[in-house]
Design a protein. Sequence first.
Length: 260
Amino acid sequence: MIVLPRSPLGPAALAILAAVSLSPAAGEQRVAFAGESQPAGAPAISGYLTKPLGAGPFAAAVLLHSCLGLPRNRREIADRIAGWGYVALFVDDFSSRDLKETCAADFGGARSDAFGALAFLAALPYVDPKRVAAIGFSQGADTALAIAAAPEAASGDLKFKAAAAFYPPCANQEGAVFRLPTLVLVGEADEVTPAADCERLAAAQAGATLVVYPKAAHGFDNPEFAGGKRILGMWLQYDRAAAEGSMAALRDFLGKRLAR
């Protein structure tokens, strides 16, 4: 299903709606874990863990960054998700590999890192291992869609329950069949990962929801691209209405898909 939201609410009203009924988070903790198929002796993968206050067990989200690395508003995103009542684990694919960006090359470790993060969360006493979503941004969204098409870990029976993809390169998943409930969020004016590719992909899926934000470009949820920036040939631009709308859509999606 394709949704073209044109809310009568302004950006300020959307921000207020997205912020209501949040629970306090317990703060961020840096953690380390092994990737699913990581060779023995390889450096551990870093991550940033944020949990709601309380004993749980909580549903959780594995957050996967773009080819530019962790966003500057990483903590704001994680705090918001924890405020909704979910444990948030932002995976840092780059620091242990001494990488700065992977925009001009395929990054092969993303899936392994995502399932390593899932295994790490599953071992925490306050996480419900059967209610974990993969949420990705751009390159990380490509990984989230790949997980949606093949949700089970290569070893063991761990699996994600849902996937959400912010402005993914949908052409990379042409012909894929999603086996998980999947939310795709993309900008109508995205020159990097065109909305048309996501429209074709979503139309072929039984369990996918596509939201296209009018006039929004790539990276519409990231405030560091306010005013628009061209980075490595990519036009990136923050759009506050799309950012808040996408957070509201994500909250609704997680509420439905990670419910007990």
